[in-house]
Design a protein around this ligand. Structure first.
Ligand code: UD1
Length: 419
């Protein structure tokens, strides 16, 4: 199993290019199942989740072209779909496999997708996805750990999500795109990845309005066609890199990012004393002096993303004062805290709240990554720790960060992937 070896205490300086958003690329790939024509996607990050989604589509007998010559492009042709199943082996490594459920049942009338089960950061059920598809007229049964959906043609319906769900909204949008009549999704997620999916569906001939607000209207069409779509920049990778620049007292210019998707993160970092300014299609960050402790509560977009909570905690270990970090989206998303404590951080966790006392002198240690964003937070803590940190299980990080060690290494971090 691969590990990272990081020698802390190096100031980061230079320019880093932000990759395309994993969480926009995954639904875009699933949406390619909605048409028999080729779909060409650009700005796709070459991360493990994308490879897993590629395998999943190939398992369904779609052709998936990922060429080493153009690593950020993928072409998918789902001409015939002979096996409309997402098997356990693939779903267990990537919950977002559930994104194939809506497109498959809408296009072929049948889908069989393994239930994702628990994951490190909480139970994460898919009841809301199932309920939405039922409302659209699919007959659903769950047996032997699989959810099976059947339908002749889905019918548009009024949906109101009981709780805001990102992939649930995406599944419903994709299914409704080919349904008969109009669908209204209320209490829809408002994440930029939802708007990006709507843009792609519309380029394929769908009629989606209101994405990015809590009411999305979809007028179903009979057929969708091929399209070319460029996915949005990864706002979580960008946020992680902003923290990397600030925590090391360095100065970084992030290029190819979308500052308006990062408003909540930039506001918090600015309150903590970090100087960030827009520059072209990028952001320049530098640490303006001592960091101040600032509380944060995770929320759905446009609030502070749960996917930035762990990285923010790493930053707060270096801030003067006490900060409370409240996690409202997932019930068990503080696994990184205990590893940071092993590095010398002062953090206490009580239920959904973590209290961080800083600044703490972190020292390098042997630590273990438990999930994607937790891994990133340990890299950040290691960048500022004295001495050497070994991070085990970086396969979690590889799910969602493209060549992070190369990107950080190029701006001055001493970081190495070792076996
Ligand atoms: C997506 C993101 C993930 C991010 C999360 C929250 C992708 C591929 N992943 O995950 O990076 O952390 O949004 O911003 O885009 N829930 C239910 N029943 C359901 C669905 C969700 O109870 O059927 C709950 C979840 O357990 C969680 C909350 O709703 O507590 C929000 O989850 P959701 O928005 O669905 O997360 P994902 O779409 O899986």
């Amino acid at each position: 199993m691969e590990k990272f070896k990081i020698e802390g205490g190096k100031r980061l300086e230079g320019t880093v290019r932000v990759s395309g958003a994993k969480n926009a690329a995954l639904p875009a790939m699933a949406a390619a199942l909605l048409t028999s024509e080729p779909v060409h996607l650009r700005n796709i990050p070459r991360v493990r989740d994308i490879v897993t989604m590629g395998k999943l589509l190939a398992h369904m007998e779609a052709s998936v072209e990922m060429s080493p010559a153009t690593p950020d492009e993928v072409t998918i042709r789902a001409e015939k779909l002979s096996d409309a199943e997402a098997p356990y082996e693939l779903v267990k490594t990537m919950r977002a496999s559930v994104l194939t459920l809506g497109p498959l049942v809408a296009r072929t009338g049948y889908a069989r997708v393994s239930l994702p089960g628990g994951c490190a950061i909480g139970a994460r059920p898919i009841d809301l996805h199932i309920h939405a598809l039922e409302k659209l007229g699919a007959e659903i049964s769950t047996e032997h750990g699989y959810v099976e959906a059947r339908s002749k043609r889905l019918r548009g319906a009024q949906l109101c999500f009981e709780k805001i769900t990102v992939t649930g909204t995406e599944n419903a949008m994709m299914a409704a795109a080919l349904a008969e009549g109009e669908t209204l999704i209320e209490n829809a997620a408002r994440e930029p990845e939802i708007s990006d999916l709507a843009e792609m569906l519309n380029a394929m001939g769908a009629r989606v309005e209101g994405a990015g607000t809590s009411t999305v209207r979809i007028r179903g069409v009979e057929k969708l066609h091929g399209a070319t779509h460029t996915v949005i920049p990864d706002r979580i990778e960008a946020g992680t890199l902003l923290v990397a620049g600030a925590i090391t007292g360095g100065e970084l210019l992030l290029t190819h990012c979308e500052p308006k998707h990062l408003t909540a993160v930039i506001d918090k970092l600015a309150q903590a004393g970090i100087v960030i300014r827009a520059e072209g299609n990028g952001l320049r960050v530098h640490n303006g002096g001592p960091l101040t402790a600032v509380d944060v509560t995770t929320e759905e977009y446009p609030g502070f993303a749960t996917d930035m909570q762990a990285q923010y905690m790493a930053l707060m270990t270096q801030a003067e004062g006490t900060s409370a970090i409240t996690e409202t989206i997932f019930e068990n998303r503080f696994l990184h805290a205990q590893e940071m404590v092993r590095m010398g951080a002062q953090i206490t966790v009580e239920g959904r709240r973590a209290v961080v006392r800083g600044p703490a002198r972190l020292s390098g240690a042997h630590v273990q990554a438990s999930d994607l964003r937790a891994s990133a937070s340990l890299v950040l803590a290691a960048l500022v720790a004295q001495g050497e940190t070994i991070i085990e299980r970086v396969y979690h990080l590889d799910r969602g960060y493209e060549r992070l060690e190369e990107k950080l290494g190029a701006v001055g971090a001493k970081i190495e992937r070792v076996r």
